[in-house]
Design a protein around this ligand. Structure first.
Ligand code: BG6
Length: 475
């Protein structure tokens, strides 16, 4: 059996604090944006920043409050990941565990202690932590007092928090990501960047101003990480998946190019160090005026070391697309592609799309890539003995790992692969538990009922074999 994966390739899985930890008011943690996002009919409006939710209500269920209780069970969970042979584990730090309000001058020591123990536990098994500083959560106080990323002040709060992390976890963590799926700010502005809109406002103006602040914050964090330890490797993170033109009609090709640019804008800045030329015209035509400070251009020149991305599905665009004829895979609106199958949630299953996306990104950025999310959200039905035969998940992952191997063979340097939701967790888009991604089953339902017990699925044993053979044995 020959493998196309290089020696030392990192294999593992990914989760995020906001979808796994729970313990939302323990250890001094402050309420975060995600803690205001309910399960049920209002969820989308809150995530989009159309419905203001500055506090929680007694008559609603908030999946993040307990999530899968990773906060208390991480030792058991990391042991299971080690059993699969993980060499990398991606998670995020909940900003409001370290800075409960966000604008304090000193961090909450209990929060630091928790993550130090978590990362040490990973190291015990020779698992490299890959840590996202901001994954769809931020202290709620920053939203209420400052308007979150609308305010330039948030850059200072974030860089203080980032510095604390780089110092406190120096020697434990080497791989860092600044913002998870930074382009999702455009598509899901409250969960992406804590933005809520007033009626008279132009959302595009608000979003791109906030984007500028995040990009400056990301560049500054990258600089600080390198100053604190030159060994630190910092990446940006894109919700990836190319747009295909719906037809070869030139207008459709142009529409697809524009849609790709909209998402890649962020990575263009983080990986190349400057706004792409086309933004000048786009801002002018859309009447967007971004406030900047002298020196911003220089700050942006601190580019990332590698480009990370998620890939679940490819997308499709036409000149005529509108809200009526689109569906949303990973909250990015897309036409349904008649050439690919879709998951139960309508996300197009397209392994070749992964190879296409990776080749496009490497051609564009010439930096190592890291595939930090990929997977199939599916319903699992335990049999009478409680076993889960998730062959559908195995087959999705097998085909995507094959495509990844092809991309490596195309000459692309790839640091590693962390499949999403290696342990079942709360879905970011729907808040469901029943949209499962894991190799490890968690006994909990969409209403928050269940024992939270963990159980290995069939895919657990399959992935263990994949890792042990460094990707050679995918059967
Ligand atoms: C990405 C996010 O958008 O996709 C994760 O970074 C998210 O937080 C994942 O969970 C899968 O999406 P969903 O909506 O199925 O949970």
């Amino acid at each position: 059996m020959e493998t196309k994966f290089p020696a030392g390739f990192l294999w593992g899985g990914a989760i995020a604090a906001n979808q796994a930890e729970g313990a939302w008011r323990e250890g001094g943690k402050g309420p975060a944006t995600v803690d205001m996002i309910p399960h049920g009919k209002d969820r989308l409006a809150v995530k989009l920043g159309q419905q203001k939710r500055f506090s929680w209500r007694d008559d609603e269920f908030y999946p993040s409050h307990e999530a899968i209780d990773f906060y208390h069970r991480y030792k058991e969970d990391i042991a299971l990941m080690a059993e699969m042979g993980f060499t990398v584990f991606r998670t995020s730090i909940a900003w409001s565990r370290l800075y409960p309000q966000g604008d304090e001058l000193t961090p909450n020591e209990a929060g630091i202690a928790f993550y130090r123990e978590l990362f040490s536990e990973c190291k015990k098994y020779h698992i490299e932590p890959l840590v996202t500083l901001c994954h769809f959560d931020m202290p709620m106080h920053l939203v209420k007092e400052y308007g979150a990323w609308r305010s330039r002040k948030t850059i200072d709060f974030f860089t203080r928090y980032a510095r604390t992390c780089f110092e406190a976890f120096d020697g434990l963590v080497k791989y860092w990501l600044t913002f998870n799926e930074i382009n999702i700010l455009l598509h899901s502005p409250f969960s992406g960047a804590g933005l809520v809109f007033e009626e008279h406002e132009d959302p595009q103006q608000v979003k791109y101003q906030a984007a500028h602040h995040e990009l400056i914050a990301s560049a500054l964090a990258t600089k600080i990480a390198h100053e604190i330890n030159p060994q630190n490797q910092v990446g940006c993170m894109l919700a990836g998946g190319n747009f295909y033109p719906y037809s070869c009609k030139p207008e459709d090709v142009w529409a697809a190019l524009e849609k790709d640019r909209e998402n890649l804008f962020f990575i263009d800045v983080q990986a190349r160090g400057a706004y792409p030329a086309w933004t000048r015209r786009m801002f002018r035509e859309q009447g967007i005026a971004i406030e900047t400070l002298p020196g911003d251009d220089d700050i942006l020149k601190h580019t990332v070391d590698f480009v990370s991305f998620s890939y679940y599905a490819s997308r499709c665009a036409s000149a005529e697309m509108n809200n009526g004829n689109t569906s949303a895979a990973n909250v990015v609106k897309s036409l349904k592609n008649p050439w690919v199958e879709a998951s139960e949630w309508g996300w197009g299953i397209d392994p070749l799309g992964l190879r296409i996306t990776m080749n496009m990104m490497y051609d564009r950025y010439q930096k190592p890539l890291f595939l930090v999310e990929n997977g199939l959200g599916a319903k699992d039905e335990p049999d009478a003995s409680g076993n889960i035969h998730d062959d559908y998940r195995i087959s999705y992952l097998r085909e995507h790992i094959r495509a990844l191997a092809e991309a490596i063979d195309d000459g692309i340097p790839v640091i590693g692969y962390t499949s999403w939701g290696c342990i079942d967790l709360v879905s970011a888009s729907t808040g469901e538990m029943s949209k499962r991604y894991g190799f490890i089953y968690v006994d909990r339902d969409d209403q928050g009922k269940g024992t939270l017990a963990r159980r290995r699925k069939k895919s657990f044993w399959w992935y263990k074999k994949v890792i042990a053979s460094n990707g050679a044995d995918l059967d």
